[in-house]
Design a protein around this ligand. Structure first.
Ligand SMILES: Nc1nc2c(ncn2[C@@H]2O[C@H](COP(=O)(O)OP(=O)(O)O)[C@@H](O)[C@H]2O)c(=O)[nH]1
Ligand SMILES: Nc1ncnc2c1ncn2[C@@H]1O[C@H](COP(=O)(O)OP(=O)(O)O)[C@@H](O)[C@H]1O
Length: 181
């Protein structure tokens, strides 16, 4: 009942599944990451992310304010340490949605955590989702697809795999994995 880490390739639907978890299971606590990426339309400071500039991010790294942090497609992302530690110290479950390098850092630092891989129903469906979102320029999509190939190969490092076919089914599977021993 401690920490669950959700990872998976860009475009598989991690953000969508986590949004469904927030909606259907409002008691589940989800860590809010810090990023240097620009907010997308509809994103709100403090909800999807805390948006900071590079200097602020670097200062937070130096001050050891992150449990883990990584570069992804030209931006930095990190998990704030203090709120997560407060949550876990109280014996309550917590969910992180992070990319592969971060998941590996958490595995090294907190090996008792549960690692869940969100997988696409197929490669073609992954390409469709990543292209269909329409929020990134073509070269950014290409960079993310390249990265997705590497991330798909890491599936076997994870404790459990959830296929994101239906969003609500995937959200329910994730939450039941979080709450079973
Ligand atoms: N290591 C790490 N990765 C993160 C963190 N927050 C988000 N990510 C990952 O960064 C990647 C890019 O996120 P984002 O820019 O929101 O794009 P999207 O996930 O493709 O919608 C995704 O794989 C996220 O899971 C974090 O705090 N640490
Ligand atoms: N189960 C699903 N079925 C169909 N489309 C999905 C599903 N889950 C997510 N999507 C769509 O796929 C795209 C990528 O989802 P997103 O949550 O942004 O992925 P990630 O956070 O993993 O990069 C979005 O357009 C989203 O609406």
């Amino acid at each position: 009942m401690g920490l669950t880490v959700l990872s998976g390739p860009s475009g598989v639907g991690k953000g969508t599944v986590v949004a469904a978890v927030r909606r259907l299971f409002p008691d589940v606590w989800v860590s809010v990451s810090v990023t240097t990426r620009e907010p997308r339309p509809g994103e709100t400071e403090g909800v999807e992310y805390h948006f900071v500039d590079r200097d602020q991010f670097e200062r937070m790294v130096k001050d050891d304010e992150f449990v883990e942090h990584a570069e992804f497609a030209g931006n930095s992302y990190g998990t704030p340490r203090a709120p997560l530690e407060r949550r876990l110290a109280a014996g309550l479950p917590a969910l992180l949605e992070i990319e592969l390098q971060g998941a590996r850092q958490v595995r090294a630092a907190m090996p008792a955590s549960r690692f869940v891989f969100l997988a696409p129903p197929s490669w073609d469906e992954l390409v469709r989702r990543l292209t269909g979102r329409g929020t990134e320029a073509p070269e950014v999509v290409a960079r993310r697809l390249e990265r997705a190939r590497v991330e798909l190969a890491a599936e076997k490092e994870f404790d459990a795999v959830v296929v994101n076919d239906d969003v609500e089914v995937a959200a329910s599977r994730l939450v039941s994995l979080m709450t079973t021993e």
